[in-house]
Design a protein around this ligand. Structure first.
Ligand code: CU
Length: 322
């Protein structure tokens, strides 16, 4: 599975670009300062009187040198202040630049973080056209994306290094993040704030499509789940609705309307399972359903001991959810 782009130093959108520029300014300034300090230190060590010197240091000579020393220290302090002001100025300038992304014509999305996955809700058009998915944010290239960020439990942080900076998701508050992807592709993102046991397995993906493909994807997501034709898959659907799955998960177009777990209406269209933990294929799906804790210990989904036929029927149904 292609892991997707994940590189803070390789910006592929204007917001990440501003941040990389700021990073470069800091790198250059701090490198110059570091080298200057090391040179000063080396000179000081070379000039220092040796401990083994038999004669006591010549105090008169030290006094003679003092005005030079004062001048050197004053210059160094002044240079430090100027450089710190330069870094402050660059930070403020970057912050302004980040806030200036025009949001006309933006795609409006709401992302809610949970321990340890993401709800992604599309708020385009009338209410009948809003829909929900999980762990994948699809966006059109060239159009700004405006994300409302919420948290369901603890503090998380949304970070797509190639596209934008980090933004915290704080329970009880709504933050926003804006970015634009300029090239089609899959960008990997990661929760960047320690949020519990499975924090490291709380990834997601941003899929940037050409506008026509994005619209096609959006139309497909709006549709309710297709009715399975195959008898085994039909039995899987019955099972899904009658055992505990439906208490947590929703599949639009069926009686499963749980709100505590990822919406599975178009599960088969996603690349990964469980927030980037596993590639989405029938084998992993079966293994996940039987015992999610093997892959993500402590996850908020119980193990589901069941017969091999039942498991196969459930998987046969879930893979039809394109
Ligand atoms: Cu998190």
């Amino acid at each position: 599975m292609n892991p997707g782009l994940h590189d803070a130093l390789h910006a592929l959108g204007p917001q990440a670009g501003h941040i990389v520029d700021l990073w470069r300014v800091f790198l250059v300034v701090c490198t110059v300062v570091f080298v200057a300090i090391m040179i000063a230190l080396a000179l000081a060590i070379r000039r220092a009187p040796r401990i083994a010197t038999p004669e006591p240091p010549d105090l008169g000579k030290v006094n003679v040198r003092e005005p030079r020393l004062t001048r050197a220290v004053t210059t160094a302090v002044a240079a430090s202040i100027v450089l710190l002001l330069v870094l402050l100025g660059a930070s403020v300038f970057t912050d302004r630049a980040l806030a200036r992304l025009p949001l006309r014509d933006a795609v409006n999305i709401e992302v809610t973080a949970h321990q340890w996955w993401w709800t992604v809700k599309y708020l385009e058009g009338p209410v009948s056209e809003t829909f929900e998915t999980a762990n994948e944010i699809h966006v059109p290239v060239g159009r700004p994306v405006h994300i409302r960020l919420k948290s369901d439990d603890v503090i998380h942080s949304l970070w797509v290094p190639s596209l934008a900076g980090k933004r915290d998701l704080i329970p009880g508050r709504t933050a926003t993040l804006a970015f634009r992807a300029d090239r089609p592709g899959i960008y990997r993102g990661q929760c960047a704030e320690f949020c519990g046991f499975q924090h490291a397995f709380m990834a997601f993906e941003v899929h940037a499509h050409a506008p026509a493909q994005f619209e096609q994807w959006r139309r497909a997501q709006l549709a309710p789940a297709a009715e399975p034709a195959d008898p085994q898959a039909q039995r899987g659907k019955m099972l899904f609705q009658s055992i505990q799955c439906a208490m947590c998960h929703a599949i639009q177009g069926t009686i499963a309307q749980g709100r505590r777990a990822p919406d599975l209406t178009h599960l088969a269209s996603r690349r990964t399972l469980a927030a980037g933990t596993l590639a989405n294929n029938p084998g992993n799906l079966a293994s996940w359903i039987a015992d999610p804790h093997r892959h993500k210990p402590g996850v908020n989904m119980p193990a589901n001991p069941m017969s091999a036929e039942d498991l196969a029927a459930l998987v046969a149904y879930l893979v039809t959810l394109k």
